[in-house]
Design a protein around this ligand. Structure first.
Ligand SMILES: *Cc1c(COP(=O)(O)O)cnc(C)c1O
Length: 224
């Protein structure tokens, strides 16, 4: 009951944001981040029609996958992934949002049984505590993936600075949008870079206004 109300509120905020800038609701995919909730609660959001789900730990992913229907869900992995855990995860997912180092790309190339849709994680604001590559490193990173047949860079991902004001968050998202465009126009076959994964419970509205194609929302959907 509560979750359906939360989902309605998120949908309404999302639609409003999207309308403001003249985009379409279908331009943005809502991913429910289920990392902090049980299998049963995850099933509730599934029953409300959400088909894109995200986890950030191999154990959580496995548990949810075992519990939920196995034919119509797109699974996203959003967390930092230790290289040694790649083999546990990579063939279980449809999207990987946290590619941030070549050693990880190497391990994915070695373990993946099909092409993996990857987001390059970018640390737009250069905070030391954060994962993600520096904006100035994106082009070289993508160049170095040329021979990785299993990796497709479908877009860029970022996390906004924590506790920043709206203007700062907006700036981070619009910067990522521009970075995405500079890659996209190159027309690289293995890096189409058409997608933008940005926006969480506190800032998905801003992200949708700034061009997000995937927003990753947990707390706002599952709060009491
Ligand atoms: C937890 C998490 C989210 C969702 O965060 P909420 O604030 O609960 O919406 C989104 N993206 C990543 C990478 C996360 O780790």
């Amino acid at each position: 009951m509560k979750i359906s109300k939360n989902l309605e509120a998120v949908e309404s905020t999302l639609c409003q944001a999207i309308n403001t800038v003249g985009r379409k609701r279908s331009d943005v995919t809502l991913i429910a981040v289920t990392k902090a909730v049980s299998n049963e609660v995850t099933k509730e959001i599934y029953d409300l029609g959400i088909r894109h789900l995200a986890e950030n730990r191999p154990e959580g992913l496995q548990a949810k996958k075992t519990y939920l229907p196995d034919n119509d869900i797109k699974w996203h992995y959003i967390g930092n992934l230790q290289t040694r855990k790649v083999k546990q995860v990579i063939n279980e997912i449809d999207y990987f949002h946290a590619l941030d180092r070549i050693s990880l790309a190497k391990e994915i190339e070695k373990r993946a049984e099909h092409t993996i849709n990857c987001f390059l994680e970018v640390n737009v604001t250069g905070e030391e505590s954060k994962h993600g590559i520096n904006p100035s490193e994106i082009e070289a990173f993508i160049d170095s993936l040329q021979d990785y047949s299993k990796i497709k860079i479908i877009g860029l991902m970022t996390m906004a600075p924590i506790d920043a004001d709206e203007a700062t968050i907006r700036k981070a998202f619009s910067t990522l949008y521009q970075l995405k465009n500079t890659i996209q126009v190159k027309g690289i076959s293995y890096a189409p870079c058409t997608e933008l994964s940005m926006g969480m419970s506190n800032d998905y509205q801003i992200a949708a206004e700034e061009g997000a194609t995937f927003v990753r929302v947990g707390t706002a959907l599952f709060k009491d």
